[in-house]
Each structure stands twice: as structure tokens, then as C-alpha cells.
Design a protein around this ligand. Structure first.
Ligand code: NAG
Ligand code: NAG
Ligand code: NAG
Ligand code: NAG
Ligand code: NAG
Length: 313
């Protein structure tokens, strides 16, 4: 008896410890089987506790979770599949996913993301599918957000309020195949040109390509952004504004003025030279009559010069 009562608390501590280490528990209201934990549609307000540590698939969709805690998530180092669709996640901090570096599938669609830190996905080098669609208050993405997600093949950016995107933002996604961009108020000004050219040359699959259109400027409104590269290039590189015409006109005038001045100076020099030549060589020119045609032309010019010369001095 005395032995059993002594072992009781030890056993409890031991099983608790085993529970934490082996992860044999299951969160309340969730279903746990074969390394998958499903807490879908359980009205959860917070990330659930007691998730088995060997979990590979975690389904948290259709709840009211407001944030993902990096620390707790980090215990799940085998996690490859994380579905957080339709929750209330507002932001992703630096290194939110630092412990779950094996992640292949990440669904953050239909949340209320207002910002994604550039280092949120920095360790997710195995990520193949990322869905951040239906986060209408996101509005912008940092140019380094996808710098290390080099395995990404599917990226869904629909309905994220994006107006523009840095042309280098997707440059590291060498494996990217499918990109969704519709439902965003794309602003196709000249800063957008490089991204538009990237879309033209990068041979990606755009299943919603016809619906991903410019809303601004009005001349390009309705153009699919996957094909706006050429008109944008025309508008931004070859197209001339009023200022450009005025500038060209000024340049033309300057060239004309410089030419006139140069011609006048040449004329003055020629006249001065003729003056000096006439004074030094006297009657010589008259004795050289009957030479080659070019000489005659020169001489006729020089006679002309001589005849005009006295009037000029
Ligand atoms: C992203 O999630 C939305 C729903 O939130 C879904 O309709 C869409 O098909 C998903 N995109 C991809 C590429 O799986
Ligand atoms: C989502 O975020 C926006 C901007 O922060 C806020 O105005 C809105 O109330 C939020 N919506 C929900 C459902 O939390
Ligand atoms: C990408 O990974 C490297 C090395 O792992 C790290 O130094 C860098 O900060 C990461 N960059 C981003 C933008 O996460
Ligand atoms: C284009 O629009 C974006 C977003 O409004 C702005 O940041 C950028 O300065 C604009 N670029 C030009 C060349 O007007
Ligand atoms: C494009 O938008 C229209 C109207 O909103 C919709 O009916 C259609 O399914 C969309 N097409 C694609 C490929 O997303």
C-alpha cells in the first residue's frame, strides 16, 4: 500500500512527461489519427494545446484563431501540411514558421492578414503550395517575402488587395508553375513595367489570367496583366509627353543656333584668310589660269571673295 501511494504521483508525472514527449494526447474536440490532427470547424479562438509532437498534418480550418504562436508550432518539427484556411489570423511575424521547416503545404487563405513579415517564410525551403488568397487587407508584399521559398510551385495571391508587386519578389521562385493574381486592383503604371515583363517572359501558368486585370490607368483598365507588358513598354519607353516634345524642340533649336554660329564663324575665318592671302600673294592667282576644274572653282570662289572683300573691310 505504502509503495503504491508513493508511486502514484511519480507515475502521474511520468505519464505527463511521456504525454508531452511522445505527444500521445489529443486536443479537446479534435480528431487525432495516424499523425493527422483535425480541428476543423470547432469554433477555436486560439491555437489548440496538446497537439501530438509527431503530427505531420494539422487541419485548423474554419475556426476563429487570431494568431499562430511560433513557439508551440515549433514543437511540430515533422509537420508537412498546415491548413489554416478561414480563420482570423491578422499578421505573420518574423519566423512564425521557423520550427516547421519541413512544411510542404501551407494554406492561409480567407483570413484577415494585414501584414506578412519578410522573414515569415524564410526557412520554408520545402514549401510547394502556398495559398494566401482572400486576405483583402493585405495590400502589399515585401520584395524578400519569397526569397527563400525556392521549391514553391503553386502560389495563390487572389483577392489580397495588391496594387503592385516588386518585379524581384518572385525572382527566386525558380520552380514556380502556377500563379493566381486575379481579384486585385492592379495599378499598371511605369513602376509595374518590370513585373509585367517578368509575367510575359516567365512562361507561368495563369489559370485566372483573363481575370487578373489592370484597374489603373484608365487607358489600360481591363487589360490582363499577363499581356500588358507590350503596351506598357510603349507607354513608358517610346511614348512622348508634351514635356518631351518641348524638350526635343529646344534641342532642335539649340542645334540650329549652334550650326548658324558655326557657319558664321567659318565665314568670318574664310574671309580673314582670303584677306591675308590676297595681301601676301598679290597678282599670283591671275597667272595660274587654265588649271584643273577644282582649282577653277576654288579660284572663282577666291575671285568672288576678293571682289566682296573691299566692301567688308
Ligand atoms: C486557395 O484557397 C481558396 C479558398 O480559400 C481556394 O478556393 C483556392 O482554390 C485555393 N488555391 C489553390 C491554388 O489551391
Ligand atoms: C480585418 O482587418 C481590418 C483592418 O485591420 C479590420 O478593419 C477588420 O475589422 C478586420 N475584420 C475582421 C473580421 O476581423
Ligand atoms: C534566407 O536564408 C538565409 C540562410 O538560411 C538567411 O540568412 C536569410 O536571412 C533568409 N532570407 C530571408 C529573406 O528570409
Ligand atoms: C506607381 O504606383 C505605385 C503604387 O501606387 C507608386 O508607389 C509608384 O510610385 C508609381 N510609379 C510611378 C512611376 O508613378
Ligand atoms: C473570371 O471572372 C468571372 C466573373 O467574375 C467568373 O465567372 C470566371 O469564372 C472567372 N474566371 C476565372 C478563370 O477565374
Amino acid at each position: 500500500m505504502s509503495l503504491a501511494s508513493g508511486a502514484g504521483p511519480q507515475l502521474l508525472l511520468f505519464s505527463l512527461g511521456m504525454g508531452l514527449v511522445s505527444g500521445s494526447n489529443c486536443p479537446v474536440n479534435c480528431l487525432c489519427q495516424a499523425q493527422e490532427v483535425s480541428c476543423t470547424g470547432m469554433q477555436l479562438m486560439e491555437y489548440p494545446l496538446n497537439i501530438p509532437l509527431n503530427t505531420r498534418r494539422l487541419l485548423l480550418s474554419n475556426n476563429k484563431i487570431a494568431s499562430l504562436p511560433a513557439l508551440q508550432l515549433g514543437f511540430l518539427s515533422d509537420l508537412v501540411y498546415l491548413d489554416c484556411q478561414n480563420n482570423r489570423i491578422r499578421e505573420l511575424m518574423d519566423y512564425t514558421f521557423i520550427g516547421v521547416f519541413k512544411l510542404i503545404y501551407l494554406d492561409l487563405s480567407s483570413n484577415n492578414l494585414t501584414s506578412i513579415s519578410p522573414f515569415s517564410f524564410s526557412v520554408l525551403t520545402n514549401l510547394v503550395r502556398l495559398n494566401i488568397s482572400n486576405n483583402p487587407h493585405l495590400l502589399s508584399l515585401d520584395k524578400y517575402t519569397f526569397a527563400n521559398t525556392t521549391s514553391l510551385r503553386y502560389l495563390d495571391l487572389r483577392n489580397t488587395g495588391l496594387r503592385t508587386i516588386d518585379h524581384e519578389a518572385l525572382h527566386h521562385l525558380v520552380a514556380l508553375q502556377t500563379l493566381y493574381l486575379s481579384g486585385n486592383p492592379w495599378k499598371c503604371n511605369c513602376s509595374f513595367l518590370n513585373f509585367a515583363i517578368y509575367l510575359l517572359v516567365s512562361k507561368l501558368d495563369h489559370p485566372d489570367g483573363q481575370n487578373a486585370t489592370c484597374t489603373e490607368p484608365t487607358e489600360l483598365s481591363g487589360w490582363p496583366i499577363t499581356r500588358v507588358g507590350n503596351p506598357l513598354q510603349y507607354m513608358c519607353i517610346t511614348h512622348l509627353d508634351h514635356q518631351d516634345y518641348i524638350f526635343l524642340l529646344l534641342i532642335g533649336f539649340c542645334i540650329f543656333a549652334a550650326g548658324t554660329v558655326a557657319a558664321w564663324l567659318t565665314g568670318v575665318c574664310a574671309v580673314l584668310y582670303q584677306n591675308a592671302h590676297r595681301k601676301s600673294s598679290g597678282d599670283d592667282t591671275e597667272d595660274e589660269s587654265g588649271n584643273r576644274v577644282t582649282d577653277q572653282i576654288f579660284r572663282s570662289n577666291s575671285y568672288f571673295g576678293q571682289s566682296r572683300f573691299p566692301q567688308l573691310t
